[in-house]
Design a protein around this ligand. Structure first.
Ligand code: RM4
Ligand code: MN
Ligand code: MN
Length: 397
């Protein structure tokens, strides 16, 4: 290796060593669209199977030591299920990540959960989140990520302002119950399932609510939860600037909340987001960001799709890490538009796969994750073994 090659490799190693990504337990389960599900033999139907699959992904990629859990789907008995999860953590070597309460599937939530006009239903929802916080405490999980389906479908049918007040009150109660190292991540989404107004519709609302909740509340950016033309990296820059960036749910989309594989439609967008993060980190902003995946693998094999996602995330992360930020800042300052753009674009088009492969080799990981997965026969084995893996499973759609 020449001097500059070895410098680049050191930079790449630093960047890749610093990047871990959390995978969702529900990414291993059968999911579908509201029109139906195509069931896969190898899809996980129990939390044991989800942890086993997550462990396989971590074995191959080395960067997914945690898996996010959905309380209703993974801990249906609430706190009582914690010992079972602890056992699984021990056996699999994968730990529980963000804890996701479920405020959208009970019949009571037809007109909202934390924003429901009925105080009894609001209390039920708050209690569920308090249980989720307790689960997270017992499992040593830092983040509770909150997504609400709340909203209304027709103009004039709900008081938008009253619902803001109820929401603030509920969030303050939750915040008061957090442990000192815990965080409440507030996710937003412009529409669906509510189609007229959604109570937390964008990053501005999430930010204001996080501020109202308290210092341990942050905003969660799901890349699929924006209108088509929205400049997500600008949102990220603002959240870095205000100290409110808590984490991400990565996925890709063509139209709405499509939950497709990260980078499959618009890898440049993820690169641009990562660039904002790298420049924020260089300025001391954005420590503790949770990088998480939130995808629904309806057509692809679950484990393959998860591995593709992780590998793509690493490649885009590395491309953005290798942007010559000093030179870029100089071009920006001089308003040299073309030079700045060419530098930026050049970093995106650079093939970093050899650097990723070298990093994997250095870490004793297979150079080609998908090939290694196929060679391991894991997917065939679990599909054959369980037969049981075809029973019903609770997940969305
Ligand atoms: C939502 C949102 C949440 C996820 C649910 C199932 O659209 O992305 O993060 O938990 O779907
Ligand atoms: Mn999400
Ligand atoms: Mn979503």
């Amino acid at each position: 290796m020449s001097q500059s090659e070895s410098e680049q490799f050191d930079l790449a190693t630093q960047a890749l060593d610093a990047f871990q990504i959390e995978i969702p337990s529900w990414g291993f389960a059968n999911t579908g669209t509201r029109f139906g599900k195509f069931v896969q033999a190898a899809a996980a139907t129990t939390i044991e199977e989800k942890f086993a699959d997550a462990a396989e992904v971590h074995r191959l990629t080395g960067v997914t030591p945690a898996t996010a859990l959905h309380v209703l789907w993974d801990l249906p008995n609430g706190v009582a299920d914690v010992p079972r999860v602890k056992d699984l953590e021990r056996v699999s070597g994968v730990r529980a990540g963000a804890i996701n309460p479920n405020l959208f599937q009970d019949q009571e939530y037809k007109f909202g959960s934390l924003c429901n006009p009925d105080a009894g239903i609001r209390k039920q929802a708050v209690d569920h989140v308090l249980d989720s916080i307790e689960i997270a405490k017992q499992l040593g999980c830092r983040d509770i990520s909150l997504w609400l389906a709340d909203g209304s479908n027709y103009p004039g049918t709900q008081s938008i302002r009253k619902r803001i007040g109820w929401l603030e009150e509920a969030l303050r109660t939750m915040h008061d119950n957090l442990g000192p190292a815990q965080r409440l991540l507030i996710e937003y989404k412009p529409f669906e399932p509510a189609f007229y107004h959604t109570d937390i519709a964008d990053w501005g609302m999430s930010s204001m609510l996080a501020r109202a909740a308290g210092p341990q509340a942050r905003v969660l950016v799901d890349t699929g939860h924006h209108y088509t033309a929205q400049n997500i990296e600008q949102v990220v820059a603002w959240l870095l600037h205000t100290g409110l960036l808590g984490g991400f749910h990565f996925n890709d989309r063509r139209y709405a909340d499509d939950d497709l594989t990260l980078g499959s439609i618009d890898p440049y967008q993820i690169f641009r987001i990562f660039h904002e993060i790298h420049s924020g980190l260089a300025d001391g902003l954005g420590t503790g960001i949770a990088y998480m995946i939130d995808q629904s693998h309806n057509i692809k094999g679950k484990i393959e799709a998860t591995i593709q996602t992780v590998v793509t995330a690493q490649e885009l992360w590395l491309k953005a890490a290798l942007v010559d930020r000093e030179q870029l800042a100089a071009y920006q300052q001089a308003c040299d538009t073309v030079a700045a753009e060419e530098l930026f674009r050049g970093a995106f088009w650079r093939d970093v796969r050899p650097l990723c492969a070298a990093w994997r080799e250095q870490h004793g990981l297979p150079a080609e994750q998908l090939t290694a997965l196929r060679a391991s026969g894991y997917v065939e084995r679990i599909g054959r073994e369980c037969g049981s893996r075809s029973s019903a499973v609770s997940s969305y759609a």
